[in-house]
Ligand binder design. Structure first.
Ligand SMILES: [Zn+2]
Length: 233
C-alpha cells in the first residue's frame, strides 16, 4: 500500500513539481518550501554571537540599540535573496514564518532572545500592505515567536501612510529622511519593555533608526534589532 502511495506521490510530483524557493531544485518528499542543501549552505553572519559587527556599527552614534543581528547576507543571486523575493513578491507567506523559525532557533540557543519582552515587526506603508496583503516582517516575527514564546505586538507601532507624510517632500528628502514616519499608539503598554524590532532586510539602517527613535522616547524602553539579511552596500 505504501509503495502504491509513493508511486502515486512521485507521479503527482512529475505533473506538479515542488521546487525549493531558495535554489529552484526539486524538493524531496520530506522537504517543504526550502531544501536541505539551502538550510545547510546559506551563509550565516553569526552576528548574534558578537557585539561589534557591521549591523551593530550601523547604529553607532545614531541611536541606542542594545543588540543587533542579521541571519544572512543579501547579495545578488544569493539563496536568502531568492527566498525573501519569493516571500514578498510571489507572496509565499509560509516562507516568512519558516525563515523566522530557522533564525530563531539560533537566537534562542545562543541566549540572544532571552531577555526580550516583546517582538515588534517594522510596519509597512499601509498602502503597500494593502497591496501585498500582508507584512512580511510580521510573518517573520510570528516564526520567531513560535520558537521563543515571546509575544508579537502589531498595534503599538504604526507607519503613517505615504500621502500623510511624504508627498510634499522632495525626492532627496524621501531618500534620506524617514523621521516622523512612525507613530506610537499606546505608550503604557511598552513602558520598561525590551523590544525586538524585526525587519526582512537591513540596508542603511534608517528605517530601524526611525522606529527605534520613537520607541526610545518611552520611559525604560530598550530596543534590539534582527533581520533576515544584511545588504552590504
Ligand atoms: Zn534549495
Amino acid at each position: 500500500m505504501n509503495l502504491l502511495y509513493d508511486l502515486w506521490d512521485d507521479f503527482i510530483s512529475l505533473l506538479f513539481p515542488r521546487l525549493c524557493y531558495g535554489c529552484g531544485n526539486h524538493l524531496l518528499r520530506n522537504e517543504t518550501l526550502i531544501c536541505t542543501e539551502c538550510y545547510v549552505v546559506i551563509p550565516r553572519t553569526n552576528y548574534h554571537l558578537d557585539k561589534d559587527h557591521p549591523v551593530a556599527q550601523l547604529f553607532w552614534g545614531r541611536c541606542m540599540i542594545e543588540k543587533a543581528a542579521a541571519f544572512s547576507y543579501y547579495n545578488k543571486g544569493s539563496r536568502i535573496r531568492n527566498l525573501i523575493h519569493n516571500l514578498k513578491y510571489k507572496r509565499i507567506r509560509d516562507l516568512g514564518f519558516e525563515l523566522g523559525r530557522i533564525y530563531a532557533l539560533s537566537l534562542h540557543t545562543s541566549g540572544f532572545a532571552a531577555d526580550i519582552d516583546m517582538i515588534i515587526p517594522v510596519p509597512l506603508h499601509p498602502a503597500k500592505e494593502r497591496l501585498r496583503g500582508f507584512n512580511q516582517s510580521e510573518l517573520i516575527s510570528q516564526g520567531i515567536s513560535d520558537v521563543t514564546g515571546t509575544p508579537v505586538n502589531t498595534t503599538s507601532l504604526t507607519r503613517m501612510s505615504v500621502t500623510d507624510t511624504q508627498t510634499r517632500r522632495s525626492r532627496y528628502d524621501r531618500w534620506t529622511n524617514v523621521e516622523g514616519v512612525f507613530r506610537i499608539s499606546d505608550q503604557d503598554n511598552l513602558k520598561g519593555k525590551h523590544i525586538l524590532l524585526v525587519d526582512d532586510v537591513i540596508t542603511t539602517g534608517s528605517t530601524i533608526e526611525s522606529c527605534a527613535s520613537e520607541l526610545l522616547k518611552i520611559e525604560g524602553v530598550r530596543v534590539s534589532v534582527v533581520a533576515l539579511a544584511f545588504a552590504v552596500l
